[in-house]
Design a protein around this ligand. Sequence first.
Ligand code: MSP
Length: 467
Amino acid sequence: MAKKYYVTTPIYYPNDIPHIGHAYTTIAADVIARWQKLQGKEVFFLTGTDDHGKKIAQAAEKAKLSPKEFTDQLIPKFKDAWKKLNIQYDRFIRTTDPDHEKIVQEILQKVFDNGDIYKGEYEGLYCTGCEAYYTEKDLEDGCCPIHKTKIEKLKEETYFFKLSKYQKPLLDLYKKNPTFISPKHRKQEIINRVKEGLKDLSVSRAGFDWGVPLPFDKDHVSYVWFDALFNYYSATREKSKQKFWPADVHLIGKDILWFHTVYWPAFLLSAGIDIPKTVFAHGWWTFNNEKISKSRGKVINVDELIAIAGVDSARYFLLREASFGEDGDFSEDALIERHNNELANKLGNLVSRTSALAEKYGITKTDKKLLKKLKLKEIEKNLEEFRTDKALNEIFAFIDVCNEYIQDKKPWETKDKKVLNELVEAIREIARLLSPFIPESAEKISEIFKSDNIKKAPILFQKVEDK
Ligand code: MSP
């Protein structure tokens, strides 16, 4: 039986069309999913949308639509964006899907029955943008530390989840599974905060109906994060998908690490469900060194991203420019530069020169000496541990080696079929390794070098003029 692999993205709030931040996690998940498939694994790749909650209800109201109509209208924009970016997900889940709502209710009931949910009253500071409560000390000038917007004071009857009870089990989990919170440098902050103590968490809202009703009190709906996090699990409840639980990795942005490494495992522990292996948080993109912000026009959506230099170059840029796990700065110039220098010059030239010479002089079998210079083990390890940028660096270091090899051996003078064969074998492997990152171009390269009867390649990456 093939080994299995389960990778997820966050489910995005469908309150606007997807932008580069959403695209980033989704592309990264697609790369990981494609890579794991290349390793022969049976892969389940889940993405979707987080349709419930106050944030969506408010956006819908502003658009003068019901929340359902409002989200129904935005979901195709997400699906369309993922299609354009060549994302091969297996399921697009919405928290309004009946199978998901049913599972959330079953779990709420279970957690209620085992005594981890109780009724109380809550008075607190709520940020609708985050769908989260804050304490006075979290605030910056009375505003949300993430959104910099005013915070609402809320007082209401609510059901609490006994998060405080899970402090020790969570600390044990972090110890027992050192890669649960990844990358490493983000771990200590979470551990420190958990050590400071955990307050019970309000997990229901009354007087508000855009959510999953609590099965034991229909006047309340489930807190949006309780509902949302369980998407990862509910997508694996149909028979053919059950084997995929627990997930191998939840890829997320650093801003939602707390929800995924504290609330999520605590809910799972309470419900008696296995804990996923890894939650990996990537960094944030700025746009020309400024925070991405719709209100200030500093936002780049998926169509704009693709328009710069094509789909593959956008995918390539995002995964090479920033170290995965760290912040990065996006600029059109930087993307164009990588497109021109790395994809068009380095990779494109290697492919076009080699194919032209192979067409002219032919190739003969050799012992693949050039390929031995490829650091395959390192590339594999980097990809297993989500260092996509490091993997690309190694692949491109090898492309440099191949270009130097041509320069050195001058097959256009020597007409050496063995040298050309070395290059052809190397390019076949490069195409395989690049296929998760730039699937369309890699497929074209593989096609060109598929048989030993090679024809000169057309131009793969047209250079883009700097603006
Ligand atoms: N709905 C929740 C997630 C629930 S998962 C059970 C949510 N949605 S979101 O649409 O606001 O954000 C989704 C992801 O986009 C987050 O991982 C966030 O980090 C990412 N990004 C949003 N802006 C970003 C950048 N500027 N750069 C990189 N990623 C960013 O949170």
